[in-house]
Ligand binder design. Structure first.
Ligand SMILES: [Zn+2]
Length: 137
């Protein structure tokens, strides 16, 4: 399978196979009007199988959203058909307005206009806790 290479845009590579759609929706890529290619189950020497997303537009991608879903993704910025910059994604220490607290008694559920903030409390197991009520995500 061959997808035309993009001139100006972003390539998300080394996505764990099966996670491309979650990244697509959580980044809000469904709201973009440019071409977005989702390539699933690409053969990879390193990973066996991987997913790739190509966005045909210069776009300020939220690295925390990607890092939260899949911290091993590589983000490449393409300009004039060439690799311009590679960005490192990492597991974010804090999630701000990325996930909502599900505890109905949490202050973020009962009051309007409060930021949903989760803190990484266990890096190995990727556990995040709400900073207001301590519920995990
Ligand atoms: Zn909470």
């Amino acid at each position: 399978m061959k997808i035309d290479s993009i001139q100006n845009g972003i390539v998300l590579d080394h996505i764990t196979a099966g996670k491309a759609m979650q990244i697509y929706y959580d980044l809000g890529l469904d709201e973009l009007d440019c071409s977005v290619a989702i390539i699933k189950n690409v053969k990879s020497n390193k990973m066996g199988k991987k997913d790739i997303i190509k966005i045909d537009k210069e776009y300020d991608v939220n690295l925390d959203v990607i890092g939260y879903i899949d911290p091993d993704v590589t983000v490449s910025i393409i300009k004039d058909g060439k690799m311009w910059e590679k960005k490192k994604v990492a597991l974010p220490k804090k999630l701000i307005d990325i996930k909502k607290c599900k505890n109905p008694r949490c202050i973020t559920s009962t009051e309007q206009g409060i930021q949903h903030i989760f803190k990484l409390t266990d890096e190995k197991n990727r556990i995040y806790r709400c900073i207001y009520c301590e519920a995990d995500k």
